[in-house]
Design a protein around this ligand. Sequence first.
Ligand code: FE
Ligand code: FE
Ligand code: ZN
Length: 278
Amino acid sequence: MLKIGCHLSSSKGYQAMARMAVSIKADTFQFFTRNPRGTKAKAINEEDVEGFLRSANKEKIWPILAHAPYILNACSKDEGLRVLARDTMADDLARMEHTPGNMYNFHPGCHVGQGTEAGIIYIAAMLEQILKPEQHTVMLLETMAGKGSEIGGRFEELREILDRVTLKDHVGVCLDTCHIWDGGYDIAGHLDEVVTEFDQVIGLKKLKAIHLNDSQNPLGARKDRHARIGEGKIGFEALARVVCHPALRGLPFYLETPNELDGYAKEIHMMREAWEKG
Ligand code: FE
Ligand code: FE
Ligand code: ZN
């Protein structure tokens, strides 16, 4: 069965997210661990988490994907901001231990003039500090559009970060279809070649999740503006081929399209239909 969900608001807690997921026939979801533009987090509500774990088990809602606040920059020039990114993500990983066996995704960061290599070193150094042998969460580096000085617009950059991490089983990659399209990887015209390139540079076994988004902009635009499925430049047919690709079929897919719940329900239905047709 196709494992698919969407980004949901975490403001009402875990059980509320599980209910929303069930209501739109999703069997997974993504959520922000805290305000995406800030670093404050609500305390974990044990009762809510316990209730969630029961319904997640019953409804087979797993693995869920947490997303780090996108303002964090692990490779900032400013040491204080690097420390903030490190401490916030370390705290998120500790919180994730309440719901073991899931995944935590983050944007690698922006090197802002220091150069890609310097950025890569900072990001890997942070991972070395926060990953713990005993943790039960896989931390994912997201593929980026390569906007500005963003790291992660090329598969090679993510590979270099992963190479520098000791606890290899605790790290992986989340591929965002809008981002890699904007980064110049032609998943509409040459999906097989892109999948092969990912495999050769990073290795498909490191690929743990897909952000399924259309893009408002043409191939290589380096913009990062998501569109609804079929309303962007990638198109429905191409995204259906991504979901059905033999090398990607077993992965969890997460919609981050500009939608309310009913729009997500429609897109989940469209993708399930496409998946069943193969
Ligand atoms: Fe993201
Ligand atoms: Fe994404
Ligand atoms: Zn994006």
